[in-house]
Design a protein around this ligand. Structure first.
Ligand code: PGA
Length: 261
């Protein structure tokens, strides 16, 4: 069994212009440095709005901060008459490593369905970006079908169309837990993440299932991250609100100091 390097991902959503973004990334770096925490055992990635990415890239690369960065969305197309869309090719040129795909806010507010999310995932892979594929159930789904049926179905739809050795990250984000302050229990997160890993094994391959990071997202904070990271199939977190506070985010990144094996 491979060891999966934990990934703590900060999804900034539509917050911070490029000037604040630079100051903010600097603050995370200083906070971790002061705490003498080198981001080697944990991979740290930020997901700024499109207009910030170039500035964040320049800072991270010129100061060798060791953070990864990515975008919050991309076009399923590579170029052409798609007003307002951003191509994976452009993101790859900015050295983005990741791109979030199928976040529940895009599924809801932009009516993104499994077909579009699959096309976006293929576009990411075409350009060497690692898609962070988000899946999760609403509270209605939870009542009707339990926790894992909807996220399992969403993931299966995407994985049916991509190569078996694709590098992906999966984020399990119960919609009712996002921004609500009411996180899933670690046991529930573990159950769903284990079910998602089985889908990867069946749809792609057992090797890919072993090496793929599966994140939990939804009201993650410094106070609960350790309890999620103790679960065997949870390999990191996709953090929204708490990723906008540099000290809080730096505490989340330092979770290994609080996880008792
Ligand atoms: P939250 O958001 O941490 O604010 O709940 C998570 C997300 O939407 O990715």
């Amino acid at each position: 069994m491979l060891t999966r390097r934990p990934l703590i991902a900060g999804n900034w959503k539509m917050n911070f212009d490029h000037l604040r973004a630079v100051a903010f990334v600097q603050k995370i770096a200083w906070t971790l440095k002061d705490a003498k925490f080198a981001p080697t055992e944990v991979e740290v990635s930020v997901f700024p709005p499109f207009t910030d990415i170039r500035s964040v890239q320049t800072l991270i690369e010129s100061d060798s901060l060791g953070f990864a960065f990515g975008a919050q969305d991309l076009s399923p197309f590579d170029d052409g008459a798609h007003t307002g869309d951003v191509s994976g090719e452009f993101l790859a040129k900015l050295n983005c490593r990741y791109v979030i795909i199928g976040h529940s806010e895009r599924r809801q507010n932009h009516h993104e369905d499994d077909e579009l999310i699959t096309a976006k995932t293929k576009a990411a892979l075409r350009h060497g970006l690692v898609p962070v594929i988000c899946v999760g159930e609403t509270s209605d789904d939870l009542d009707k079908f339990g926790a894992s049926a909807v996220p399992v179905g969403q993931l299966r739809a995407v994985l049916a169309e991509i190569p078996a050795d694709s590098e992906i990250v999966v984020a399990y984000e119960p919609v009712w837990a996002i921004g609500s302050g009411q996180a899933a229990t670690p046991a529930q997160a573990q159950d769903v993440c284990a079910a998602l890993r089985s889908v990867i094994a069946e749809s792609l391959s057992p090797e890919t299932a072993d090496s793929t990071r599966i994140l939990y997202g939804g009201s993650v904070k410094s106070g609960n991250i350790a309890s999620f990271m103790r679960e065997k199939d949870v390999d990191g977190a996709l953090v929204g609100g708490a990723s906008l506070d540099a000290e809080e985010f730096a505490k989340i990144v330092q979770f290994p100091r609080h996880v008792i094996a």
